[in-house]
Design a protein around this ligand. Structure first.
Ligand SMILES: [Zn+2]
Length: 64
């Protein structure tokens, strides 16, 4: 799997369906055919990136 944001393959698995990109510091969760992307801020705040990556998510899930 590659990062949808930076295309890095430097993805760490941090949970059953939970991945972390070490390059751009986003988290990706896989829920069946659905992907969720999150940005974790330095203060621990988590914000969804789904709205920014609608197209990438659709392309990714279309390839599954
Ligand atoms: Zn990345």
């Amino acid at each position: 799997m590659k990062c949808l944001n930076c295309n890095s393959v430097d993805i760490g698995k941090i949970g059953k369906q939970h991945y972390y990109c070490w390059n751009c510091c986003i988290e990706i969760t896989v829920n069946g055919e659905k992907l969720d992307l999150y940005q974790v801020e330095k203060d621990g705040t988590v914000s969804s990136l789904n709205d920014l990556f609608i197209e990438e998510i659709q392309i990714y899930t279309g390839l599954q």
